[in-house]
Design a protein around this ligand. Structure first.
Ligand SMILES: Cc1cc2nc3c(=O)[nH]c(=O)nc-3n(C[C@H](O)[C@H](O)[C@H](O)COP(=O)(O)O)c2cc1C
Length: 418
């Protein structure tokens, strides 16, 4: 069917160089001595939901925009990058490296130490995460009257399985009075991935689906978006929820994939402030246990442990609260397509933000590791992506929700190779 041909064999162990540091979506905790507690059950980990802000201010300073960044006033490229680094990136790994060695140009590379070999073995999501970056760069350039001529893979495309040290893109910047500003620019500082529960009683309006589709369609050659809301009927929504739930359970119970998430988990203000990437846990109870040495991130919880079952339950509740699902299908799955899919996704999310809507990607069933083969096939069938090569690049839940805090970003200078 879709991927058995391309799926790498079940890898043993983890080669993730970020190992021993932090991630993002599955937050559970094993207590030394065998007890477990769900971090997400303990408190809201990423949601504001009326609580006081919990992120260390320096970790989220990028969300004030690049105005105050040293050099942003003199070199417009730094100003543009100040927006681009706010792009969504899988596991918030921020694998972007910007080379400013050529005047008037930004050359984008991938930091090969920031990959997810277990859950994203073909680095498809990493390439999408470079597309999100390039799209925000382009939108920001327009705001400054600059035309951004983006050449993808100027030294050749990466192969289908691995990335290498060649550039992802060159971006030539040229003043051009004919360049149109993009209204989505106003949403860049407001866009956040929102993992809260959504308001099931508030369906996504047809005009909002249209706005998201229209935004994503820019530059989307041959691709298509789809959505399912209450109008499509309860059984369709139930089918989406079922696949998302099954895929989540798989990711939680396959030791190497859950450990990859543990590796990028940042617990408490000081870890978050040190790393400024990955998945942040700020719930006071979790942080307190971590300080007491009661948080063991060195091994995967058992599938039937409370840590695992409570996560599945919490995720189920979020799925049940979700009034709409959105997806993006491309006719192929080469590296250029993946980058362009990322560009389309962030445009859709910016459009959703403008509509007051929250989005939360559901990548688990789209991931190319053997244990997800059935859910991968199921979501492709449900999304109508059944022609040879058709690939669901993004699948997300959509709805109205309480606001969340911004996710950390590293310092602008950390992304720049002079
Ligand atoms: C290709 C891609 C896949 C993603 N998949 C997931 C996902 O499965 N679950 C999730 O909670 N967030 C997912 N995200 C969102 C990232 O975790 C998020 O962008 C990152 O943590 C930074 O947060 P922000 O989007 O609020 O700036 C994905 C983002 C991208 C670009």
């Amino acid at each position: 069917m879709h991927f058995p041909m391309h799926f790498p064999p079940n890898p043993i162990g983890s080669s993730n160089p970020t190992r021993g540091q932090p991630l993002q979506r599955r937050h559970f905790i094993r207590l030394v001595g065998g007890g477990v507690v769900s971090a997400m059950a303990a408190a809201g980990t990423v949601g504001l939901s009326g609580c006081a802000p919990t992120m260390p201010p320096e970790a989220i300073e990028a969300w004030a925009g690049p105005g105050a960044v040293v050099g942003a006033a003199t070199d417009v490229r730094r100003w543009l990058l100040g927006y681009a680094i706010l792009a969504p990136h899988s596991h918030n790994l921020q694998s972007w490296v910007a080379d400013l060695g050529t005047p008037g140009q930004i050359t984008l590379y991938c930091d090969l130490k920031r990959l997810l070999p277990q859950t994203d073995p073909l680095s498809r999501q990493i390439m999408m995460s470079h597309g999100t970056f390039l799209e925000l760069l382009d939108i920001a350039a327009r705001e400054r009257g600059l035309r951004a001529d983006i050449e993808l893979f100027p030294q050749g495309r990466f192969g289908p399985a691995t990335l290498d040290t060649r550039p992802v893109a060159t971006v030539r910047l040229t003043p051009d009075s004919s360049v149109a500003k993009d209204p989505l620019f106003a949403q860049i500082l407001r866009r956040h991935t929102n993992r809260n529960s959504y308001d099931l009683a508030r369906p996504v309006p047809a005009a909002a689906w249209d706005a998201m589709a229209g935004a994503a369609a820019v530059g989307l050659q041959g691709a298509r978006v789809g959505f399912a809301g209450v109008e499509q009927g309860a059984s369709v929504l139930a089918a989406h929820r079922r696949i998302a739930r099954d895929a989540w359970r798989i990711e939680l119970t396959v030791p190497r994939t859950i450990m990859e998430s543990f590796d990028v988990l940042r617990v408490g203000q000081s870890e978050i402030a040190t790393h400024r990437d990955g998945v942040s846990l700020t719930a006071p109870m979790v942080v307190a246990m971590d300080r007491l040495g009661l948080f063991d991130r060195s091994q995967a919880p058992a599938p039937d442990s409370y840590a695992t079952t409570s996560q599945i339950k919490a995720f189920d509740a979020k799925l049940e609260s979700t009034p709409g699902f959105w997806w993006l299908v491309t006719p192929g799955n080469d590296r250029v397509t993946q980058v362009n899919a990322g560009r389309a996704y962030v445009r859709a999310q910016l459009a959703a933000t403008a509509q007051g809507l929250a989005m939360h990607p559901l990548s688990q069933a789209l991931q190319e590791y053997v244990e997800q083969q059935q859910t991968y096939a199921d979501i492709h069938t449900l999304a109508g992506a059944t022609a040879p090569g058709e690939t669901v690049q993004m699948w997300a839940r959509v709805g109205y929700a309480a606001a969340v805090e911004p996710a950390p970003r590293r310092r602008l200078q950390d992304f720049i190779r002079a």
